[in-house]
Structures are given as structure tokens and as C-alpha cells.
Design a protein around this ligand. Structure first.
Ligand SMILES: Nc1ncnc2c1ncn2[C@@H]1O[C@H](COP(=O)(O)OP(=O)(O)OP(=O)(O)O)[C@@H](O)[C@H]1O
Length: 380
């Protein structure tokens, strides 16, 4: 199976990378027929992602719902089998591992999920939830040592040891997420993939959990891949940020660099949606209203995936040639043919009629980008 269109990205400098994701693809088959035995197309959920994360670093992955963030996280751990590309963890290509070797490597990579209530078994006490993880990795070393380890884990996430006998429903959302984090820490991982770790929590509790993740990172030298749709959360926690759109990374930079000078039109649109507290700045700042939904990953637009919604779109290169992710400023990579011209102002934004995109090529009567969708650019 091949991608809709291959594209060569410039590799991120690996340096002391703990994990390198190289051209990873996850294409889900779309099955039809009475016995679901006919493959009539593919959902290109992740379509050629390259990124690497250094030891001790926090990498934030952001993008709209459905752009492939969770699938990418699962593919890294091989919870979903990638259909292309490879993941190199601490120098080992994970695709070469099987059985015991894969299990041992997986122990070093743990996941924290969005909704602690559904990721914790309601019939299990906290003690058995935590012991289960230890046992699965052969780290259950007698009653006394295990009891000590469990108390240490709870203390690390700010819960009293009396929590051990309780059940998930007896805790608040924030406390449950602390249990989810303790479960991940139980096996002493190096990398934690946190998929929307605070988005199910009250705003007042979000900061506490983010602070806990930061404290644990400092104490234990952890490396994080934090997946979130909320740019504010990622800005707070991440050293570097990757912005995803329809299965690919369109921009990657240090957190400060990205927020100070977003270069990709999609990132500019995302950031322009966040209000600025200063009324003078708020009045003058660029606001880009993205109209139309995310096109279907079963039938992604040709060329640049974002061209159907892009106010800087240039015919016909954007419609036909998929831009590679390339370094435009030091450490700042952008997948846009015109990044330099947009940055200098040589190319001005314009109002565009969004191009109609047919759903997965199977039901052409369902437009995915609403008719008469127009991208407005206010105060350009
Ligand atoms: N098992 C699957 N089979 C088919 N399609 C899938 C499967 N899992 C995910 N998808 C599709 O892949 C695309 C990416 O989904 P994914 O959940 O990775 O996106 P996301 O950016 O994490 O969104 P959200 O924040 O809503 O979870 C979506 O169109 C989704 O419907």
C-alpha cells in the first residue's frame, strides 16, 4: 500500500534522540461487502510523519480532532500496527522486535490516556490496578517490596497510601488521572505518551496535573510526547511543538519559536483563534477564520493537504505538489512551498472559495467542505 502521494521530509536532527519516528504511516483499510472482504479504499490517518524526541524533552503534538494524533501515538507503541515507516527507540528499530523483546522495550514506553474513568477498570482496586502493571513486566517482587513500591508510587503522584484499597469511582477526575500516571510510572518507563492528559478535567484541576507531569519529569528524567488539541496546554508544557494536519506534520519548532512566529498558514489560523488579553493588540492582530471542516482522511486533497482552506494558496503548485517539511528558520520546519514569501509579506492572503472535496471517492454526493465555504482574513 502506498501513500496518496509520497513526500520526502528533511529529517529532524537526531542528536541524542530517545525516539525517532521515520516516515510512519497508518492506513486503515475501508472494507465493504457482506463479509467485509473487499477493500474499497483507505483512511490515511497518519501519512508519513517524521519526528524525533530527545531524552528529557517534552514534544507537544497539536491539531484538530481527526488529524491523526492518537493514531500516531498508538503506532509508536505498536498498539496499532503501522503500515509503513519505522520507529527507532534508543537505537533499536521496534519493527524488528517480537514477543519478549518487544514486551521488554514496551515497558520503557507507557501511555497515559485522556479519560481516566474509562482507562481504569472500575472493578479493580487501586492496589490491583498498580500491581497488575508490575506483574505484567515481572516487577512484582514479594509482598513487602511491592507494598513499599506502591506507597512510593502514590506519594510520587500526590495521593495518600490509603488510596490503595479504594476503587476508581471513589476519586475525583484529577485524582483518577493521578492513578493513571502512577500506573504508567509503575514500570519505570523512559518515555510517556500522554494522549490529551488533561482535556477531560476541570480547568481548575488541569494545571495541577500539568504541574505534576513537569515535576515527575524533572525528578525521574522522563521524556514526554504530549498529544493535545489545546494549544495553551501544549505551550505550557512542551519544549518543542509539532502541528498536525490530515495525517502529516505541517510545522515544527521550539515552543517559543512557534508561538512567536508561526509560519504555516494552518498554524497561523490556529493561533489567531486565541484571544490576546491586551485590547490594543487584540484589536490589531491578524485573525484568520478557518471555514469548512477537516477534509476526510479517506480522500485527502491532492498537493498540499491544506490548500482547500488556505488563504495563501497559489495555483497550481499548492493543488498538485505536496510540500516537504523543510527547515525555514533554524530548528523551525515548515511544510509550505511559500513559507518565506508569506513571512516576508511578498504573498498576501486572499479570500478563497474552499474547494469541494468528495468523501473517500466512494460517495461523491457528500461534500466534506461545506458549500460556499470562504476563508476570511480579517485585519491582514
Ligand atoms: N481503527 C480505525 N479504523 C478506521 N479509521 C480509523 C481508526 N482509528 C482512527 N481512524 C480514523 O483515523 C483518523 C484519525 O483519527 P485519530 O483518532 O488518530 O485523530 P485525532 O487527531 O487523535 O482525533 P481526536 O482528538 O478526535 O481523537 C480519523 O478520521 C479516524 O476516524
Amino acid at each position: 500500500m502506498t501513500a496518496a502521494e509520497p513526500v520526502q521530509a528533511e529529517r529532524a536532527p537526531e542528536g541524542d534522540a530517545l525516539i525517532s519516528i521515520e516516515g510512519i504511516q497508518v492506513h486503515f483499510p475501508i472494507k465493504r461487502g457482506v463479509f467485509l472482504d473487499r477493500t474499497v479504499g483507505h483512511v490515511y490517518a497518519v501519512d508519513g510523519v517524521d519526528l524525533s524526541i530527545r531524552k528529557g524533552e517534552t514534544y507537544g503534538l497539536v491539531g484538530e480532532s481527526g488529524c491523526g494524533k492518537s493514531t500516531l501515538g498508538r503506532a509508536v507503541l505498536r498498539l496499532t500496527e503501522p503500515t509503513g515507516g519505522r520507529v527507532v527507540f534508543d537505537g533499536t528499530d521496534l519493527s524488528t522486535l517480537k514477543g519478549e523483546a518487544l514486551r521488554t522495550m514496551r515497558q520503557r514506553m507507557q501511555m497515559v490516556f485522556q479519560d481516566p474513568m474509562s482507562s481504569l477498570d472500575p472493578r479493580q482496586s487501586v492496589e490491583s490496578i498498580l500491581v497488575e502493571g508490575l506483574r505484567a513486566h515481572g516487577l512484582d517482587k514479594g509482598k513487602e517490596a511491592t507494598g513499599k513500591r506502591l506507597r512510593e508510587l502514590l506519594a510520587a503522584v500526590g495521593l495518600p497510601s490509603t488510596s490503595l484499597r479504594k476503587y476508581p469511582h471513589e476519586f475525583s477526575g484529577g485524582q483518577r488521572q493521578r492513578i493513571g500516571i502512577a500506573r504508567a510510572l509503575a514500570v519505570e518507563p523512559d518515555l510517556i505518551i500522554a494522549d490529551e492528559p488533561v482535556s477531560a478535567l476541570d480547568v481548575s484541576v488541569q494545571a495541577q496535573v500539568v504541574n505534576l507531569l513537569e515535576e515527575l519529569q524533572e525528578k525521574l528524567g522522563l521524556t514526554y510526547l504530549v498529544i493535545a488539541h489545546d494549544l495553551a496546554v501544549v505551550r505550557h508544557i512542551a519544549d518543542r511543538v509539532g502541528v498536525m494536519y490530515l495525517g502529516g506534520i505541517v510545522e515544527e519548532a521550539s515552543s517559543d519559536g512557534l508561538y512567536a512566529e508561526p509560519l504555516h498558514p494552518y498554524t497561523r489560523a490556529l493561533l489567531s483563534a486565541i484571544p490576546v488579553p491586551d485590547p490594543v493588540v487584540e484589536d490589531r492582530r491578524e485573525r484568520i477564520l478557518l471555514k469548512g471542516d477537516l477534509p476526510s482522511p479517506a480522500n485527502p486533497p491532492t498537493g498540499c493537504r491544506f490548500h482547500t482552506r488556505c488563504p495563501w494558496r497559489q495555483a497550481t503548485r499548492c493543488d498538485t505538489e505536496r510540500p516537504a517539511l523543510r527547515e525555514v528558520l533554524p530548528g523551525h520546519r515548515v511544510a509550505c512551498h511559500w513559507a518565506e514569501d508569506i513571512r516576508s509579506g511578498a504573498i498576501k492572503p486572499h479570500e478563497v472559495e474552499a474547494v469541494l472535496v468528495e468523501e473517500d471517492g466512494i460517495s461523491p454526493d457528500v461534500p466534506l467542505v461545506g458549500p460556499a465555504s470562504v476563508t476570511e482574513v480579517l485585519n491582514p
